[in-house]
Design a binder for this molecule. Sequence first.
Ligand code: IMP
Ligand code: ZN
Length: 344
Amino acid sequence: MEEFCKSLPKVELHAHINGSVSEATIQKLLAKKKNSDQQFSFKKGSTGTLKECFEKFRLIHQLTDNTESVYQVTCDVIHEFHDDNVKYLELRSTPRAVQDTGMSRESYVESVLRAIQDCGDLDIIVRFLLAIDRRNGVKVGWETLRLAQKFQKSHGDLVVGMDLSGDPSVGDARDYLPVFREAQKSGLKLALHLCEIPAPEETMEMLTLPPDRIGHGTFLHTEAGGNQQFENTVLKNRTPLELCLTSNLIGQTVPNLDNHQFKFWYEKEHPCVICTDDKGVFSTSMSEEYQLAASTFDLKQRDLWNLSEQSINYTFCEENVKEKLRDQFKVYKSKMEEQFNIKL
Ligand code: IMP
Ligand code: ZN
């Protein structure tokens, strides 16, 4: 299965740039920072709770406090996903301003987009979502939307949507509803972290937008303490769920993988997309996430193929790009069938 998952062409739709930074890149960034005695370890199991994950993001952000580092990290992350046979990648990141280094939210986004363009020769299609961190307040939310609209005009092929993320125990997602409504009107797609922890009050209203995809959705369904209305709404809208097994396990939002929400939605034939979330912080890769899904939920090679290929339907890119990907996947399919002597 390991070889199969590595060879499988994959679609990654939920990857936070700073959470995806590898240890190798961290070492490069540390070498550039004088007087830094920071210690980093992304070994599996080295993080205990969601709170501890957010502490790691804080440390990483200290290293990516300038446009050069943001550019470097984005390039490295794209190369790493490429090397893992990811053929389509949607990156998301929170535009950050750092006064000391002169980085503005705008120059942050410029650096990300420049990195994406400079990786244009690689056999991987990359798109970008601007993230709103729910800890930063609505004013910054509006600012982020304005930036998204601006870059949508100048880089419309690359900027495809917005994300809502950040510590789910802080703030109220409903405060950002007007921002997301306007984003929708501008033609930006919405991928929102919802119900990563139980959050019944905010969830119902956020579902009315409705989001184009949901990140995690751990506590949406009744079995997990959500409610029938959430379940019905998500099923009726067929809102794809971005599911990140290792992330939820390490962040301890699920007690074990057997009880992961993947099982519930997958058995209902609901659109499910396997993603990494933060491959650096959680020390994982897309190939490993597919392997984990296979071993936990007893998925066969053909099931994995279908999961990956169907993910194309849930991307935020233009229809002609989806078509191109589908054509590419047809070619990969025959190659995989030959390589693994199997009918997919
Ligand atoms: P960045 O947006 O590129 O700086 O990536 C790191 C940021 O992504 C964190 O500071 C969080 O705001 C967000 N993030 C990463 N993983 C999660 C998660 O599991 N839940 C909520 N937010 C997350
Ligand atoms: Zn996430």
